[in-house]
Design a protein around this ligand. Structure first.
Ligand code: DGT
Ligand code: CA
Ligand code: CA
Ligand code: ZN
Length: 580
């Protein structure tokens, strides 16, 4: 579907208007973009079936915007957007990815210095030209220099949350085909890395031509990058998808090889060589009696390769979970029989961080609790935003509103099938103080404290340690405040933070929102090693977002989190004990 593509154009439209100081309209385009992106149906199908009227039925998409969308889908062009691009011929999306650079700044930079690309922006900052512009200065120029590298990297990799559903769509497209005997994802997506260079898909088949054709004919594919006999690559929504087809006897060895990581495979191969074995994408072979094991790919006595377990098994190892195949000690742990007993999907028993319409969520308390119960959760925590630094407009709850909300939670609790805890997501200011008053916090069942402001502060370990040591704080929410590909967030020494969290008994959150994944895997690993509790939360603002929990679970697995490390894998009594 082309929703993301169309939404991206509407956002560019909004930015170009804003750069020219047009008021109100930019926000209308942005809200339309958001709703187009999140719409469950393909925008091109809506346009095909019902034209502009059908498109205009999407929330916040008015007639004028609907007409532009249909124009684009029919002619591959939005005339007005083309005009705006001619007036301001800049790489808007790339430039606004620089923290602190918005559309208006881009407009000024173009007028004053003819800057159109990130490279030109970087060069101008290095040459000290930006500080000369009226209203700018050395500080702004320094900020731009600090952030331009991040912006250059971002955008080259896709968020897991965008790539994973796409990979699952490919699998859905091929899975039921007779020629497809087995199918799985490989590469970084199988390791659930937070960003993905490209999506790797592996198929076992005796009939690779048929599979390659089915793949390149996939209706969602925007273009075919290459197509060969055993492999092909297509692009979908800007994401590259690589397919490889192998014979069923070599599916396990290929899956092992193409799952990587490269570093994991290198260490595993050298272990194999020490034992007179050869390990590659075609299988595992006994080569101690072979004169030249490098004389071919399939040499010596074949020990296996159909299943991944045969590959690890030949080395007397259990299958190592893909998430921890990063060559950071997992092979030694497997040799020692010491692999972690990782948290699994299905073991999370409730969400500790969720929102309702009381703040910026979409649903009532009762609706969210019901959705949690429907998922089979044993408890649910209502933690709307408290007012404070970084919380938009009047979306955050005042002390008075928090007290009123407690009454509604109590009412919902009476009819609920599951435990309902009342909390708040309080704010950590630039100094590490929690800005909600203690007497409000003291009455709550659970307190999340999150940084929402001063996120460009750089080093912030002491600030966050102050928050985890706050006597009422139970969970540190999205600790760095990063937004993947948009904002690097705070610099944190997680070893030191985790020690403080362990001592204080405060949980570090793995926020499952695909834009965040914060803590990331490395930070979780530090938490696990320090013995700090972990909470895997979604920060859901509506019931469907509760599904994001799987991203948090696999991120926690990347950090070697065991079930016992995770407070919301405990049962209702266990959680209550943690909160007390
Ligand atoms: P990505 O796509 O950048 O997020 O990362 P990966 O890990 O998916 O890397 P990718 O797509 O280049 O290749 C998939 C896997 O295939 C990789 O994890 C390991 C394996 N692989 C690919 N090329 C090589 C290679 O030249 N040497 C070795 N040892 N392994 C390779
Ligand atoms: Ca890949
Ligand atoms: Ca690849
Ligand atoms: Zn939240």
């Amino acid at each position: 579907m082309r929703n993301a593509e169309v939404a991206g154009l509407l956002e560019e439209f909004a930015d170009l208007l804003e750069a020219q100081d047009v008021e109100y309209k930019p926000n209308a385009y942005r809200r339309a973009a958001e709703n187009v992106r999140d719409h469950p149906r393909a925008i091109e199908d809506l346009a095909d079936e019902g034209g502009e009227d059908a498109v205009a039925e999407i929330d916040r998409v008015g007639d004028a915007i609907a007409a532009k969308i249909v124009e684009y889908l029919e002619t591959d062009e939005m005339r007005e957007l083309e005009d705006l691009r001619e007036e301001l011929p800049v790489e808007m999306a790339a430039l606004t990815r620089v923290e602190g650079v918005g559309p208006k700044t881009v407009g000024t930079l173009y007028e004053e210095l003819d800057i159109t690309t990130l490279d030109e922006l970087e060069a101008a900052a290095e040459a000290g030209e930006i500080r000369e512009i009226k209203g700018f200065g050395a500080k702004t120029e320094g900020n731009i220099l600090d952030n331009v590298a991040f912006a250059k990297e971002a955008g080259q990799r896709q968020r897991l949350g965008d790539a994973r559903p796409l990979a699952e769509d490919v699998i859905g497209h091929l899975d039921h085909e007779a020629a497809v005997e087995r199918i799985d994802v490989a590469g970084s997506i199988r390791r659930w890395k937070d960003t993905i260079g490209d999506v790797d898909v592996l198929v076992a088949s005796g009939d690779s031509d048929v599979v390659v054709d089915l793949f390149t004919d996939w209706p969602d594919a925007d273009d075919v990058i290459e197509a060969g006999e055993q492999k092909a690559s297509v692009r979908v929504d800007g994401i590259r998808v690589d397919l490889r087809v192998v014979v069923p006897e070599e599916f396990g060895s290929a899956l092992q090889y193409f799952t990587g990581s490269k570093a994991h495979n290198v260490t595993l191969r050298s272990l194999a060589i020490d034992r007179g074995l050869k390990l590659n994408e075609y299988g595992v072979f006994e080569v101690s009696d072979v004169d030249d094991p490098d004389s071919g790919q399939r040499v010596g006595e074949r020990l296996g390769g159909g299943d991944e377990s045969e590959m690890y098994g030949a080395l007397d190892l259990p299958v190592i979970p893909p998430e921890i195949r990063e060559d950071t000690g997992e092979i030694q742990a497997a040799l020692d029989g010491d692999l972690p007993d990782l948290l699994t999907e299905g073991e999370i028993r409730g969400d500790l961080h969720t929102h309702t319409a009381w703040s910026d969520g979409a649903n009532t308390i009762a609706e969210m609790v019901e959705a949690a119960a429907d998922r089979g959760y044993e408890y649910h925590c209502v933690t709307d935003h408290a007012e404070g630094p970084g919380v938009f407009g009047d979306t955050g709850l005042t002390d008075e509103a928090a007290r009123e909300q407690a009454e509604e939670v109590a009412t919902v609790r009476e009819d609920a099938e599951i435990d309902v805890h009342h909390g708040l997501e309080a704010n950590i200011d630039a100094d590490g103080d929690v800005t909600t008053s203690d007497d409000v916090l003291a009455d709550l069942d659970i307190v999340i404290a999150s940084p929402h402001a001063a996120l460009d502060q750089g080093e912030a370990t002491d600030r966050l340690i102050r928050a985890v040591e706050h006597p009422h704080v139970d969970v540190l929410g999205h600790p760095t405040g990063r937004l993947i590909n948009q904002r690097p967030g705070l610099d944190v020494d997680f070893e030191r933070l985790a020690e403080a969290a362990a001592a204080a008994g405060t949980a570090l959150e793995v926020n499952s929102n695909p834009s965040r994944l914060d803590c990331n895997g490395d930070a979780v690993r530090a938490a696990v090693e320090a013995g700090a509790p972990i909470a895997v939360n979604t920060d859901a603002h509506s019931p469907p977002e509760l599904d994001n929990v799987r991203y948090g679970i696999h991120t926690a697995r990347r950090g070697w989190a065991e079930t016992a490390d995770v407070v919301n894998a405990r049962d209702a009594d266990g959680l209550r004990a943690f909160l007390e």
